[in-house]
Design a protein around this ligand. Sequence first.
Ligand code: ADP
Ligand code: MG
Length: 225
Amino acid sequence: TEELLLNAEKLAAIGQMAASVAHEIRNPLTTVRGFIQLIKEDFEDNSHFHLILDEIDRINFIVSEFLILSKPNVVHFHPKNLKHILEETVVLFQVQASMNNTQIVPDFEDGDLLIHCNENQLKQVFINLFKNSIEAMPFGGQLAVRVKRVEDKEASIQIIDKGEGMKPEQIQKLGTPFYTTKETGTGLGYMVIKRIIEQHKGRLTIHSKIKEGTTVEITLPLISC
Ligand code: ADP
Ligand code: MG
C-alpha cells in the first residue's frame, strides 16, 4: 500500500507539472499567433500564413486536451437541463458537420432531463464524439443524436454514425493515450471523454461493426425530484 500511495503522489506531481508546462506553452503561443495574424496582412500571397496558423491552432488544441487530462478534479458541477446542452452543442457543430456533408438528426424525448454537470466539459465530450463520427464518414451521411430517460433515474444519450466502424480490439484500445488511426489525430479524444464521464458518475458503452457504423451510448444519473 505504501508503494501505491507513493505512486499516487508521484502521478499527482507529474500531473501538476504537465498542467503548468501546458500553461507555459499556451501563453507565448497566443502571442505568436497574434503577431503572425498581424504580419499576414502585409503580404499579398498569404496562403502560407494559413498553414502556420492552422499548425499553431493544432498545438493549442493538443495542449488544451493535455490540460484537461492533467488538471486536478476541481471542476464545478451545477444542475442543468441535458437537452439544452445537447441542443447547443449540435448548433455549435452544425457548420463543421455540413462542411463534411453530414446531417445531424436529433431525436430528443419530451420533457426536461436535469443532471448535475459541468456544462463545458460535457460539451467537450459531445464535440469529441461528433468529431469522431464525422471523421468516420469521409463521404458524409447522417449522424443521429438521441436522448431519452431511462427508468426515471438515468438519461441515455446515443450518438449513432454509419461510418467505417471499429473491430473489438480497436474498441478495447480507446482511451489509451495517443491511440489513433488518423494521420492528424491526437489519440487523446477518448481519454478526455472517459475522464469526464467518470467525473460525472456516468457510463460509456460502445457498439461498433466494421463498415456498418458505431453507436456510442452515455448514461448519466438524473437529479431525482
Ligand atoms: P483521434 O480522434 O485523435 O484519433 P480518439 O481518442 O478520439 O482520437 O479516437 C481514437 C481512435 O478510435 C480513432 O483514431 C479511430 O480509429 C477510432 N474511432 C473513434 N471513434 C470512432 C467512430 N465513431 N468510428 C470509427 N472509429 C472511431
Ligand atoms: Mg477524436
